[in-house]
Ligand binder design. Structure first.
Ligand code: DGT
Ligand code: CA
Ligand code: CA
Length: 571
């Protein structure tokens, strides 16, 4: 059974993390990480390449050893070196890598000096002051560690939507091997929530016992929790839980509606039904004993006097009221996106050239992109000084001359300094078509100071877009404290646009903030923030978030033609 590239990449990444904790040679560690990145982004199934006898060493970053390991993983589903290393290292040490401030080196120190092997050990040692005594571990870091532990707990075992998607596509293809009438993923996945707790799959078929029998044989199952005649729960290899339910065809719409949720939306609909003397459940809508609806979701909504409501809106955040007065938004779609205004190249911390990014964007059907490499302060990302920035601008001019059907805008992602000034001179900024600003350090200023910092940056007349406005990283870093209302009000006043960053762990603005922005008349840009040609495809996740934030085509500036966009970028 198929092993996806994502899984192979995950195996190598885990291996690299473990090697690093063990204190192995950094070059070796990097080789596995690079290979993982290559694999994630190859766009072709490695399994198929192996079967076709393709020489894997022709792929960038894959030498003969790695090629052999890939073949091993594809044929056995396992990487024996990883299995062996796992036995040497406590698993909690690997989880600690997702705590901000803790890299493999520090984890190694904690393990060797204090014997820490679990989250509980880590918390205790942080609170008792033991960690603070270690060289290189100050009080700020200890606070960060404690916060990281809390965040990890809070995130529980939720999965990023993008991670779930890999499995969803595979499961749907697998289930497609048998004869089904309907097959859908409901729950938070269908509502495109940024993270999902578990997957809720619904199916109807002539022979339902066959559905469960086939489902529990899905090869990526780690544990079958239950397998009854109409429902089954399993845990996949990556710990994601999947619930599969069978329903009668005549109930399908009701079941799909019920299991899509959200719970809050369901409760509101049920209340409306009760007022009409109806009963709603996952089997249908009933007046007394008579079923009056249930085959489709449209029927369900119609029975309570509503029109169809898109899953992304079903959070009981005003969608029912909006539906009653025919004011539901016409949600933006991926096909509406005509360009991408935030991406990096090899000039800073990206992997591809300007030309490669532009060509890949053209293949996605875009009419324009903006190249926005980092400004000088961000040294870890090879931020550009003014001289290098000028070189890049010239390079963009040159590439623009050679390419047809796509325009490259000259941009930069400029750091907002602690006092709200920008990291580049006005003289340089004035030469750019598009200026993105962002906070990349000092995330923990007070709400007042942080807000003031950003508002001051807005006063620079060259600024167009505020990127990843809160800086949050799902499960890793809390959002900065900001007075979002003030920021949005000023953005509106100055004609500055806010970004919905499409990186799967950012998705910042969130749905709630995007809706706020829309309501206050602030337009947004959905940007991939791609660091290589493949992550241009993250756009989809940003569009999901925008849809959850009620955004229409008109609310998003990169749905415009280049001419119209340029008008919107005037300050
Ligand atoms: P998740 O899995 O935590 O990301 O979120 P959901 O929304 O997928 O929630 P889940 O898997 O617990 O349940 C799937 C759907 O089933 C949920 O969105 C609505 C429906 N549901 C579950 N429990 C209840 C309930 O107690 N009342 C109502 N009305 N609906 C429920
Ligand atoms: Ca769920
Ligand atoms: Ca569930």
């Amino acid at each position: 059974m198929a092993i996806t590239n994502t899984e192979i990449a995950r195996i190598f990444k885990e291996y690299a993390d473990l090697l690093e904790i063990k204190g192995e040679n950094p070059f070796k560690v990097r080789a596995y990480r690079n290979a993982a990145r290559t694999i994630e982004n190859i766009g072709k199934s490695l399994e198929e390449l192996v079967q076709e006898g393709y020489d894997l060493t022709r792929l960038p970053g894959i030498g003969s050893d790695l090629s052999q390991y890939i073949q091993e993983i594809v044929t056995t589903g396992k990487f024996s070196k990883l299995e062996k290393l796992k036995k040497e290292i406590p698993p909690s040490l690997v989880d600690m890598l997702s705590i901000e401030g803790l890299g493999p080196k520090r984890i190694k120190t904690l393990y060797e000096k204090l014997g820490i092997t679990s989250m509980e050990d880590l918390r205790r040692a942080a609170q008792s002051g033991e960690i603070q005594k270690l060289p290189g571990f100050g009080p700020t870091l200890v606070q960060k560690i404690l916060k990281g532990i809390r965040l990890l707990k809070k995130a529980g075992h939720r999965f990023k939507w993008s991670e779930a998607k890999e499995y969803v596509e595979d499961i749907l293809a697998y289930m497609g091997q048998i004869e089904l009438i309907h097959l859908d993923v409901a729950g938070s996945y269908r509502r495109k929530k940024e993270t999902v707790g578990d997957l809720d799959i619904l199916a109807t078929a002539k022979d339902f016992s066959e559905v469960i029998r086939h489902f529990v044989q899905y090869p990526k199952i780690k544990e079958i929790v239950s397998a009854g005649s109409t429902r089954s729960t399993v845990i996949l290899n990556n710990d994601l839980q999947v619930d599969l339910r069978s329903v009668e065809d005549e109930s399908y719409g009701s079941a799909l509606h019920y299991f899509t949720g959200s719970k809050a939306h369901n409760i509101a609909i049920r209340k409306m039904a009760i007022e009409l003397g109806l009963k709603v459940n996952e089997y249908g809508i009933f007046r007394g004993k008579e079923r009056i609806a249930g085959k489709t979701e449209e029927e369900v909504y119609k029975a309570v006097g509503l029109c169809y409501i898109e899953p992304e809106l079903r959070e009981n955040r005003g969608e029912i009221e909006a539906c009653k007065v025919h004011r539901l938004p016409q949600l933006v779609e991926l096909e509406d996106i005509r360009g991408d205004l935030h991406m990096h190249t090899g000039y800073s911390d990206g992997k591809n050239s300007i030309e490669e990014m532009a060509k890949a964007a053209k293949e996605l059907g875009y009419e324009y992109i903006a190249i926005t490499d980092h400004s000088r302060r961000l040294t870890i990302a090879k931020g550009l000084d003014e001289k290098r920035a000028m070189e890049e601008l010239e390079q963009i001019d040159m590439v623009n001359e050679t390419l047809e059907d796509i325009t490259i805008l000259k941009g930069m992602e400029v750091d907002i300094l602690e006092d709200g000034r920008l990291d580049m001179s006005d003289a340089l900024l004035s030469r750019l078509d598009i200026v993105i600003i962002a906070v990349h350090y000092k995330f923990n200023l007070s709400k007042e100071r942080q807000t003031r910092r950003i508002l001051r940056a807005f006063e620079n007349p060259y600024v167009h877009i505020l990127a990843h406005p809160t800086g949050r990283m799902i499960g890793i870093r809390e959002p900065m404290e900001l007075d979002m209302e003030q920021i949005l009000a000023k953005a509106k006043e100055y004609n500055i646009h806010l970004e919905i960053n499409a990186q799967p762990e950012r998705l910042d603005l969130t749905d709630i903030h995007a809706k706020m922005a829309k309501e206050m008349g602030v337009k947004m840009a959905i940007n991939s923030d791609a660091h290589n040609i493949f992550s241009l495809r993250y756009m989809e996740y940003g569009v999901n978030q925008a849809r959850r934030g009620w955004c229409e085509k008109n609310d998003i500036i990169n749905t415009r033609s280049l001419d119209e966009l340029k008008k919107l970028l005037k300050r």
